[in-house]
Design a binder for this molecule. Sequence first.
Ligand SMILES: Nc1ncnc2c1ncn2[C@@H]1O[C@H](COP(=O)(O)OP(=O)(O)O)[C@@H](O)[C@H]1O
Ligand SMILES: [Mg+2]
Length: 247
Amino acid sequence: MDPRLLVISKRMEGVKAVVPAMSPKGGVGKTLIASSLALAFAERGRKVGLLDLDVTNASSHIVLGADLNESKPLEEKGVVPPLINGVKFMTICYYSGGNPLPLRGGDVDEAIKEVLATVIWSQLDLLLIDTPPGISDEVLDVVNYISEPRPLIVTTPSKLSIASIEKLLRVLSENGVKALGVVENMVVSEESAIKDLAGKYGVELIGRIPYDPFIEKSIGDVRILKSTSFFSKVSSLADKVLVKLGL
Ligand SMILES: Nc1ncnc2c1ncn2[C@@H]1O[C@H](COP(=O)(O)OP(=O)(O)O)[C@@H](O)[C@H]1O
Ligand SMILES: [Mg+2]
């Protein structure tokens, strides 16, 4: 067995709940929701971390408003993540400097094991993980290396997104992982397109976030982001997540 797996469980000892945002499709809002949720938990005085595991296309630092040149992780028998807008934040971009990282399968797995074994989160109420699209190495690694992750599944009302969610729900259930819930994002109608499918897999629809045409302008400025209707919906979702996790 890889000794890092033992180190990973030690690193996670002080973390009460690990919530990866997942969806097989890209562009559904995982990054925006995971980063905004982290900000909402911090606003509520919770100890929260955000780990960007979208190795080839990390972008949560943009939403979180992290200046990668100004904030840096501290090396101290591991890596201590900097605090950005109240969130302990870690991204591969601190090391890649925003350059592309064309990693192949085995290398991705290695990079993720290394990150999980290296970052010192200390005590956290919640650790949010931004994952890449797909049911890829990153997603399976989170499921395999972290004990009892509670994925937040993100979808749009699109049939294409929903079809992909069914596959993810099956994979999670086959791996004995209990999803925290499904969030329907960029909603434009009253009726939920995902409710029945979520029900079939015994997963609760815990949030519906409308399409917000003003969101794009707010990305990169946390103060403006927090004033959007998108963020107020995410804040209600944050409250619901805390209740569901018993935190
Ligand atoms: N509720 C929303 N209303 C409007 N635009 C949104 C909403 N949620 C996400 N977006 C936009 O959709 C795009 C994809 O979001 P992103 O978080 O990068 O998705 P993912 O991480 O799943 O690929 C971004 O341009 C983001 O600003
Ligand atoms: Mg993303």
